[in-house]
Design a protein. Sequence first.
Length: 732
Amino acid sequence: MRCRSIVLACLASAATAVASHLTPLALLEAPRPGDALASPDGRQAVIAVAEHNVKRGSGGSSIWSVAVPAAGHGAAASKGAVEVVRNASAALWLSNTTLVTLRGATLYAKSSLRSNWADAGFKGVRIGALPVEPTSWRVLLHDHGATIVFSAAVYDDGDLRNVESYESSAEGQEWEHAKIYETTFVRHWDKWLRPGKRTQLFAIDLKKRGKGRKERWSLAGKERPLMKGTGLEAPVAPFGDEKDYSLGLAPDGTAYAAFTAKDPSVNPAWHTRQQIYTVPLAGTSQPQQISRGGLGATSSPAISPCGSKVAYLQMARDGFEADVRRVKVTTLASNETVTLLGAWDRSPAQVAWSADGHTLLVVVEEYEQEKLLSLPLAELFSPEAQAGETLVPLVRDGGVSSVQPLQDGRTLLTRSSLRGPTEVYTASAGEDPVQLTDFKGASRALAGVDLGPLPRRFNYVGMEGREAYGWTVPPPGYSEDKTYPLLTLIHGGPEGAWTNSWSTRWNPSVFAAAGFFVITLDPAGSTGFGQKYQEGILGAWSTRAFFDIRAGVRHILDTHPNLDPERVVAAGASFGGYMINLINGRNQDQLFKGLVCHDGVFSTLSTWYSTDELYFPEFEFGGVPWEARDAYLAASPEQYTDRWATPQLTIAGGKDFRLPESEGLSVFNVLQRRGVPSKLLYFPDENHWVMKPRNSLVWHREVLAWLLKYSNATAPAAGEDHAPAAAGLTFQ
Ligand SMILES: *[C@@H]1O[C@H](CO)[C@@H](O)[C@H](O)[C@H]1NC(C)=O
Ligand SMILES: *[C@@H]1O[C@H](CO)[C@@H](O)[C@H](O)[C@H]1NC(C)=O
Ligand SMILES: *[C@@H]1O[C@H](CO)[C@@H](O)[C@H](O)[C@H]1NC(C)=O
Ligand SMILES: *[C@@H]1O[C@H](CO)[C@@H](O)[C@H](O)[C@H]1NC(C)=O
């Protein structure tokens, strides 16, 4: 980014006079960095950065490299990333100086020792091709070269070369037009599932010749299926990726993988159960289950540096996707498993080993921050250690996404915040994280963008006198002497939270930039405040969470006299959309003047009957509909349609198999039949989320226009102190 940074330095000073605001277009065209990966010696790191040009409808991903300064050399040493490969979505290190990248199924090597390292147009030297484009990959380095482990979907024969020929055969083609099932779980998230087709892991070796500048790599032999004939699937759909498996060398030198997969003995539609397995990369024996005891989901397997142990996260309860995740460590030789942090009232999202194996690193959500903590393994089973009191904070705020321990004891990580997209950092105990990249500063889309005053966390009194939580996100140029409309954003889940992280969907700052004083609320059911607060939502969707939302709005109006109580609007997606539909039937005091429901529940009953993951409503409402009918009905927005009167925009997606489009159509029918001002926005090609940048632009245009209209606000005009909120909304 060095070259671009120089240009932007001038732009930024010119821009201070006419600060622009975060338009939807700027949000969508801002860089989207992924996870960072350090070279084995920790001296360089690479990161894939995706970018879109919305008007042109083009986009792609590049690999950027950044030097990791030696410990103690601070931030000033770096912040300069260079683009080294264009049009590649992932890169891995084959040595301290050679990267392997993928373009489709083809592998290329590129060396940082060569003069054309920073020539992004030169993609490198072709190594060979995998049989298909993988859905995820990792590499294990060893004495005689490297082994790539990758995932791809395959049928029971485990032969990747047969997938395309089968699917283009007459029998395979028939499925496109006539799908036949004998077991439910017929579709998931946004796909109809082909019976017998599963994503599985494969290993393939790479051979190295020469050293330094002369280093050359080639494929050695054919790929080996690691899960053939087992009925296992890894990574776990729909969101699984390479974090679902870990590679390592056992003390005897055996290369192996540890992975998480759904337990094949139970139906995945109504069970969350997953187990952890190990399998040798030689492909010589079947996977062995190493997890015991837990009946729920597992995640984040991590092989220890010496290869003798596997750490992972495990939930105790089957069917409850928001159960607390416990840290487990299995010693492979003795087949013994211990539970760490067993009395800690937090649910870690990721676990990793320090390079010396003496510490575990834990990423965890806590009070609306996604933190990085380290757990010394010296003294494990004291009550203090089990309760989490010996954890050492490495990163206390922001949203940590990927972590990689370095040999020197520091940790390489990626982190975003409400103030900007992901950047690469190093962290060590007792020091502030050191920022290595400045993708935000170098971004054309975000240059000179004024995000307004800092968002602030607040507490308030929710139902039953409990503490409840949220953020305020004031508009740019905010002044207590001016009046503003109030926008309330409600998150999905309900087990989720508004954290200090950057998002291209539901970014609060883009709503603030349109002139709203925004609050994001974390009512009962939200994550990061302890398991009791989170489980307070079970059977209480229409009571605790509903009350907490209204109490949060009241609290902000009471404490901010400059917010206009006649101009309050709300929007939410998924569970947030459920809450919008519920609010419409319980808004007799007209607290809310306008509503937006994105992919929300209309009827809790019809949701069970049509959704993909049955366990979810079953756990939330305490059973199947024919046993817990009253609990479903008590929570159902459909019960209150006789009182719907608040203007509402409703959004639905044709590929939304979580809350199918009939929920949105039902809502729109009710609103229209009752003569309530209403609009339907339907995306035939989108799932539960709006992912395509052009569609997202339309989404932002319609959502903002609706909220502005019903809060009697107009988008600030061009040239004023406020940026033109609508400027990014159309293709001119
Ligand atoms: C990387 O460099 C370190 C330190 O110079 C060395 O010990 C290590 O063997 C190298 N690793 C590889 C894979 O070349
Ligand atoms: C980018 O790579 C893909 C394969 O992954 C290829 O089909 C496409 O043509 C490439 N685009 C450019 C601009 O090189
Ligand atoms: C590990 O222990 C469990 C019982 O806890 C047993 O079922 C399993 O077979 C053992 N595995 C090995 C590899 O010894
Ligand atoms: C909103 O605008 C309408 C029409 O201009 C007006 O009748 C109404 O009083 C306004 N409400 C508020 C709260 O400003």
